[in-house]
Design a protein around this ligand. Sequence first.
Ligand code: ARG
Length: 568
Amino acid sequence: MKDFKELIAKQIAKVSNIDEEKIKENLEVPKDTANGDYAFPCFILAKELKKAPILIATELQAKITEDSSNEDIEEVTAVNGFLNFKINKLKMAEEVVKEFDKKKENYGSGNQNKNIVIDYSSPNIAKPFHVGHLRTTVIGGALYNIYKFLGNNVTGVNHLGDYGTQFGKLIEGYKRWGKEYNIEENPIDELTKIYIRINNLCKEDESVLEECRNNFKKLEDGDPYCKELWEKFRALSLKEFERVYKMLGSKFDSYNGEAFYVDKMQEVIDLLQKSGKLVESEGAKVVELGDDMPPCIIIKSNGSSTYATRDLAAILYRARTYDYDKSIYVTSYEQTLHFKQIFKTATYLGLDEKYIKGLEHVPFGMVLLKTGKISTREGNIIKLEDLLNEAIEKSKEIIEAKNPDLENKDDVAHKVGIGAVIFNDLSNNRIKDEIFDWDIMLNFNGETGPYIQYMCVRTKSVLEKAGYVPELKDVDLSKLDDENSKKLIDILYNFNQTLVAVTEKEEPSILSRYLISLAKEYSSFYNNCHILNDDKSLQDARLYLTYMVKTVLEKGLNLLGIQVPDKM
Ligand code: ARG
């Protein structure tokens, strides 16, 4: 598809003799597109051209208008030191439909062809999958889909927390009271109970704690019974996690968790030793990281490895196995220091510069629950599965009230409930805390998942009512000359660039905002422009536009991890 931004940069470069790249970097898309599709702030050039921005803008405007060779630019104006450009909307529409006709469901995709590793979800075995894990699962999942759609080779890694001294305790508890608990049926709840019980016993009786330590040592040395139990806990936990993954549509290519790296840590230690960076400190082995960070502990004073050591081994492994261009870690902002430390320490492993540059932590804010609205089953840990089920139930009530005759209500409630939770998670900048409020996220008229789903369903029903999708050759684009249609064309044109922006900032909310504006604009179009009417040629053009909007809304939601029902 023609890149209008580049084209404008070329045009400005041509008449100003300024480097095209510099111009392209500074070209903006104005908030209010009534002023134009692109704006260039001329103060950027004031130093180089030794003139006031307002003068530069007027001079360049005159030159560009004179140079009539470019029919893609409909108008250029100079306002307060800015150059404002309006793209010829007919030309833009031609570009959009040509590309759309070629790619259909894949409209917006790309061929970036990079190797991307995304570490996300990564819950801890034998511990509840709570709402805190919702965000990493949802943000990581959206990034996974979007990178893939843009033509990258993506590996989703679930770096399970399946290693640590707590397994020595669990094994001890299971040995003692395993028969009393039905861990096959309800693994996480039961394992949690065992864990609490053995922990209490350890506090009373030092010798029990010693037994637990022994178990952990045995596990590390590959003792068959301890290993068998550990594997059982891991498999049962995963089975329970899979239920949530299925609801959310999450996919992973690897479940190599922390335990996978245990036999790969020695190399990390050797490499750090060789680089001369590993030093003794109060009985521990650490890497000093300068004044602005505490040292990275590689081996604790009791001889055991750390979360960081295993993450360093994972960096080596991922560099070699996936030859990544980018390796992303999606976790809460609470782990920011941890990732700073290991990324710095990784520079001492002798890896190619490319692999260091490619490391990126993608932090996100907390989930704040509006108290009194979410029912908890026991204690104050809210299980994600319960929460998702509650979302489905609540959606069902709303649908039941709105559309009692609807078929497949359960399926629709599932898509709407889960969609609402996912969209709520992705609708603001990820670093902001997320507010969890049922009334807001399930509001069909708000800036919500259900609202976009509803608009997408509307496009479907318009097409169904018409009974056909026109062929492109029958579409006269000059019919789309009202403001709503032009705005829609403009938004559709920006789909691919929006997805690229998501990957540049690792920020799925850019796509969420985009979908909100597309859905809202379609709503105005629907209200202002009669789609089905007596003028067949006008109808065809509007139907084709509807068809494109439907495809992009549905694809955009799918990329976020949200499904769209046929009716709702
Ligand atoms: N298991 C950790 C937690 O639940 C997250 C792991 C993130 N990934 C990593 N490679 N450290 O907090």
